[in-house]
Design a protein around this ligand. Structure first.
Ligand code: CTP
Length: 396
């Protein structure tokens, strides 16, 4: 858990986006962080200290002079592992850039050596103003992390750039900033989800894979600094910070993977169909026309193709969802597909694999050793898989 027990000062400035900081606070706490809320005077016009104090189990602070501490900004700044400003107004950005401290939050920003993540939110005209952009450029050049706002609905019903980044994206960025960064500069391709092989325009042959494990691996890789391409057929949320390629069939997944086959790391977490209908009916098959015979043909084995073409230094990871003889089947797949590791799970066990939030796997490595990863979140499994990949890359 990258954020577990990390002390994060959450700076909340004014503007209507301040209410979204409540969700940011909740998500940081869910991720295990110890959150210290600091609200500016303008933020207090939008949200209350009570909300943040109750959520964070720590009194929200607002002033340099009214709390019990005589010098609260230096304590806050010195003890923080990370400062997140969400939302950050143009005023806050301007003061921080110029080194002006006129309230508790700006004073804390100047009194810290911790990393700082600034998440701007403002009207499009202000966001695009050269002064704001120049200030953000200066902050970036000083090593401050800036998470750009999104396009969307703004205060007053206007639509445009300047909407605070999604709270999930802010937390993912915080994880990336505090993460081990052992995948910095590494190109990672992850496939996820079950493919759908059409029979006719309305029916398909599919499987029960939800894609959650693959998406967790993509999210973990992003948080460790990788450049991630997620090739997915799943309908679950896409992790922040990935390049996403949406596919549906095994053939589409093959084409997408082939475009990225030289990546440093490829993780085939997708449940790719082994067979597809050899012909797809143009029109819906009608019940009245009798029981249809669906003839199948094999799909291309993407993982085996990667294994055959692998380049030196590349790490190729396969998955194996099994219902019997897990160890023997996984070892056989490792050999047959020339992979570096196979992550196997027994999908017939409780709480494991398809559609569950949890998983328990065994990582079978090329050198004949294996590691049991006990029941835990899919993110925990993702961490263990990437730990094994990182170790393998260190041996090259
Ligand atoms: N895989 C693939 N292309 C396919 C089928 C599978 O790349 N056409 C990959 C999966 O993404 C997974 C690994 O191969 O990483 C193992 O998939 P699995 O379906 O368990 O293995 P199969 O080769 O289908 O073997 P079996 O049917 O014997 O279980």
């Amino acid at each position: 858990m990258v954020l577990q027990d990390k002390r994060i000062v959450l700076g909340v400035t004014g503007g209507i986006a301040a209410y979204k900081a409540i969700e940011v606070c909740r998500r940081l706490i869910d991720a295990g962080a110890h959150v210290v809320p600091v609200l500016t005077e303008n933020a207090l016009k939008m949200v209350t200290t009570t909300t943040f104090s109750v959520l964070a189990s720590e009194p929200a602070q607002t002033s340099l002079f009214e709390g019990p501490e005589s010098i609260p900004h230096t304590r806050l700044g010195q003890q923080a592992d990370l400062i997140v400003i969400a939302p950050a107004t143009a005023r806050l950005i301007g003061s921080y850039t110029a080194g002006i401290s006129d309230d508790l939050l700006t004073a804390t920003l100047l009194a810290t050596r911790a990393p700082v993540l600034v998440c701007p939110a403002m009207h499009t005209e202000m966001w695009e103003h050269p002064a704001v952009q120049a200030n953000l450029g200066t902050l970036r050049s000083r090593g401050v992390h800036v998470l750009d706002p999104e396009m969307g609905r703004l205060a007053g019903g206007d639509v445009g750039a300047g909407r605070l980044a999604d709270p999930a994206a802010i937390v993912a960025e915080a994880m990336r900033v505090l993460g081990p960064n052992d995948f910095a500069g590494v190109d990672v391709v992850v496939t996820a989800g079950g493919t759908r092989e059409p029979i006719d325009p309305v029916r398909f042959i599919g499987n029960r894979s939800s894609g959650k494990q693959g998406h967790a691996i993509a999210a973990e890789a992003v948080s460790r600094g990788a450049h991630v391409t997620l090739i997915t057929s799943a309908n679950v949320g896409v992790p922040h910070g990935c390049d996403v390629v949406n596919v549906s069939t095994a053939a589409e997944m093959l084409t997408a993977v082939e475009k990225h086959e030289t990546a440093d790391v490829v993780v085939m977490a997708a449940a790719v169909a082994d067979f597809r209908p050899s012909a797809i009916e143009d029109a819906k098959i009608k019940k009245g026309d009798g029981i249809p015979e669906v003839l199948l043909e094999p799909t291309t084995d993407i993982l085996a193709g990667l294994g055959a073409k692998r380049h030196l230094g590349q790490v190729i990871v396969g998955f194996a969802a099994e219902t019997s003889d897990v160890e023997a089947n996984a070892r056989a797949k490792l050999k047959r597909k020339n992979a570096d590791m196979i992550v196997s799970n027994d999908v017939s066990a409780a709480e494991v694999g398809f559609a569950h939030e949890t998983n328990a796997v065994t990582i079978h490595l090329r050198d004949g050793t294996s590691r049991e990863i006990g029941l835990g979140s899919k993110r925990k499994v993702a961490r263990s898989v990437l730990d094994a990949v990182a170790e393998m890359r260190n041996q090259f």
